[in-house]
Design a protein around this ligand. Structure first.
Ligand code: RB5
Length: 142
């Protein structure tokens, strides 16, 4: 199950991402927001981050205008490693090296076609499991 959330700046891109998930038969939970009406991104970052932290969802996707605010907010939740990606190389590397559990996207930064490819890469790349990467993640968690 993939947790998906956005603010108003990410609403349209979230609809594209949900369409992709449906086409791929990937189950998701949509934590809002549900329109282009102005909302506060930390609220949606927290909802998705808590769902991932609690194990209700295995990964999350968060979208705001830049992807910056919503990733900063998600990363305040213990155990969350939210990675803001604007290219597929980063999406692959952050899964392999950081075991990132949330992908953040900036709807005003990447177009929908690239965003879907980034999400596809993120969701289909496994953590390498290498000892050095495990050690570094443990150091992040403290
Ligand atoms: C909303 O206008 C915008 O500030 C938000 O979507 C995001 O870009 C914040 O980092």
């Amino acid at each position: 199950m993939i947790a998906v959330g956005c603010d108003h700046g990410g609403y349209d891109l979230k609809q594209e991402i949900l369409r992709y998930l449906e086409e791929q038969n990937i189950e998701y939970a949509d934590y809002g927001c549900y329109s282009r009406e102005s909302v506060d991104y930390p609220v949606y970052a927290r909802k998705v981050a808590e769902a991932v932290k609690d194990g209700a969802c295995e990964k999350g996707i968060l979208i705001c205008g830049t992807g910056i605010g919503i990733s900063i907010a998600a990363n305040r939740i213990a155990g969350i490693r939210a990675a803001l990606c604007a290219d597929c190389f980063s999406a692959q590397a952050t899964r392999e090296h950081n075991d990132a559990n949330i992908l953040a996207l900036g709807a005003r930064v990447v177009g929908p076609g690239l965003a879907v490819k980034i999400a596809d890469t993120f969701l289909h790349t496994d953590f390498s499991g290498d000892e050095r990467h495990r050690r570094r993640i443990e150091l992040i968690e403290g």
